[in-house]
Design a protein around this ligand. Sequence first.
Ligand SMILES: Cc1ncc(COP(=O)(O)O)c(C=O)c1O
Length: 383
Amino acid sequence: MIPFLDLRAQYHSIKSEIDEAVLGVLESAQYVLGEQVSNFEKEFAAYCGASEGIAVNSGTSALHLALLAAGIEPGDEVITVPFTFVATVAAIRYTGAKPVFVDIAADSYTMDVSRLEKAITRRTKAVLPVHLYGQPADMDPIVQIARRHDLLVIEDAAQAHGAQYRKRRVGSLGDLACFSFYPGKNLGAYGEGGAVVTDNPVFARKIRMLRDWGAERKYEHVMQGYNYRMEAIQGAILRVKLRHLDEWTSSRRAHAARYGEELAAIGIEAPAEMPYGQHVYHVYAIESVHRERLQQHLTGQQIQTGIHYPYPVHLTGAHSDLGYKRGDFPVAEHAAARVLSLPVYPEMDPDAPRQVAAAIRSFPAIRPRSTRAVGEVQEWSSR
Ligand SMILES: Cc1ncc(COP(=O)(O)O)c(C=O)c1O
């Protein structure tokens, strides 16, 4: 059996450090924010190459507060991509602003920069690119276009802890960046968690107030805020895990390299790593026109897979009122119909990519049978 993810294996690999950190919090009786959270904020911001970090209770809250700090309000437009987890878009809508979509590029699955400028109107206030699957969006042109139009750039880095763009870590590329520490993320808490990082002290101060009822001092509520505070236990756990993140990223990248070799040997295209960056493989997705049948076939061979994501956000019921229709973002729609995420996590058996590739090869739709086999394989994996 090859699980999609094994969080218990990771816990066992660092059990003594985690147990000590958690027990320390229980003894401290400081359960919300406090020293563990503020130290984590400093350590995580430094890791990202940013000067300020604000820890919150989820990646969604991080996005919501980053948008509010950026001054986004009803009537504004925020440009993002339709091929993302729904939270990216929901957070824009929490502010009352309108999400405006730009299609993704077929190779990177991130924002197609060539379409960005056309989507800008006089209502546009910010651009929210997503570093999907752990691959940075093409940030230099995004930031250049945004600067030309006086727009802020907010990175959705929920899936991309430690990923690099031209040798700089995500989180230091735009005006604000948002992370999720949901348990399955590359840096995952043992519960919910998130953070905003930024170099801008004014944004940081506002986000610190917004996450804690709009107050800097108890009961002095100067703005309408939220209860988006991080729990101390999560801060303590994340501090331990941050020390292991680079080693875990190397392990994910080694698995991805093995997948690349094994898949190439059976004629299947591996996900592209763009030349400008370093992918951290939160998700390792291949494409198949027979995706549902292939997934069933792999399940039958005891290999767990996932689909990230089966519907682009513009075609979900929750956001149908935005007025988009099928065909509006063909690249995102094409990807949503074909992507299949294979197991990848740091503690995975290094032989797993070979086993997964062997199981894919035994899928009847691609089994080479004749000289036409190569064509069949290409059709199967074509983007
Ligand atoms: C791209 C993206 N944005 C935002 C989020 C929201 O994070 P959270 O689940 O911590 O609220 C996630 C996580 O699931 C995500 O993958």
